[in-house]
Design a protein around this ligand. Sequence first.
Ligand code: GAP
Length: 437
Amino acid sequence: MANADLMDKLVSLSKRRGYIFQSSEIYGGTGSVWDYGPLGVELKRNIKDRWWSSMVHQRDDIEGLDAAILMHPRVWEASGHVEGFTDPLVECSNCHRRFRADMPEVAGGQCPTCGSKDVFGEPRMFNLMFKTFMGPVEDSSATVYIRPETAQGIYVNFLNVQGAARQRVPFGIAQIGKAFRNEITPGNFIFRTREFEQAEMQFFVAPGSDEEWFEKWMEVRMQWHKDLGINPDKLRFHEHGPDELAHYAKKAYDIEYEFPFGWKEFEGIHNRTDFDLARHQEYSGKRLEYIDPTTNERFLPYVIETSMGVDRAALVVLADAYREEEIEGETRVVLALNPEIAPTKVAVFPLVKKDGMPEIAEKIQQDLRAAAIPAFYDLSGAIGRRYRRQDEVGTPWCVTVDGQSVEDATVTIRDRDSLEQIRVAADKVVGWIRERL
Ligand code: GAP
């Protein structure tokens, strides 16, 4: 399958089956903003829950936080975003479309949209932060920014969390939340959007131990993606060269995935040194040093950051899971999602709508719901068609109630990937599924 086809197929499947819709579609859509439908919201939530569990619940050295999107405007001066969070922008003098000056297509002076040559003037720097006003007066003193990263909410709360949770350095603070960037050239579906979600963790360490922690976090994060089931051949690290490093980073590695449109970053690991805490200390006038309780030494910790784009992670998962297979002369589309993050875990079907089969199937469906296992009940259409519909959305198991079920209270469980079917007692279905999640 050609790579461009795969993107088109993912966009179309996402819309048709309720994973992802274009925002405000009935009005013609909003540029590069997407809504997650009934299945998409479950997939994204499952990815976030898995991240949260591994970062916060399964460790005793990381605390959670949910900081507000709107922050004091000085935060963004201190962080360097007001001055430095910019992209070079050029405008085509013929069609007036705007592009990032550093795009390879633009570098030759030809407009990628209308094809005119020598149409770009000098680039101007364009700040990617969205601005709005707080309160009823719309003047510059009321300007606030809509956060372009979640990290700053963590830095300004560093001492609050450390004191309240009685943590000692080294420790981390994790947060999942929305971020907004007025990207000049967004695109590739949910890859580069203007509103997106980040799962970020800032790990505060003693200066001097930062390089060791950086290596540890690189390994932990790469393993996390492999454990999710992402094809390891499509994962790699990319080290930032001096011209790629963000203004706050001493060292940075991206975790990249080979998307249908090439190798691209979906998570960044950064050594941010004490840049952010030092700047907030300077701009706020408040001391943000940590006092080591054993030595009484005061210092500003260094920060190792892991920053995963949740929407990009969702795109990785979808692109990696999509398969087309020939089975008995027919093409079946399968999303081979890890059951842990699949939106629906089980579909339950009575083979026909009579002879006591729907009643048995409904009972299994109720048991699954009572056990909080997301399940889907479908009693209409040919059984093969019902299986295909579930394969296409990534449901790992289908339970079918047939004539034998009425006689001996057993049902079949069909595995999405191997297509194997086994018989299990109807009252053991919940336990069987639970063991595999
Ligand atoms: N706090 C550090 C930070 O924000 P970043 O490399 O700019 O670093 C981290 O962003 C992650 O956020 C990226 O790896 C990507 O997954 C996601 N991200 C950034 N901009 C995005 C956009 N416009 N659309 C979707 N995801 C984006």
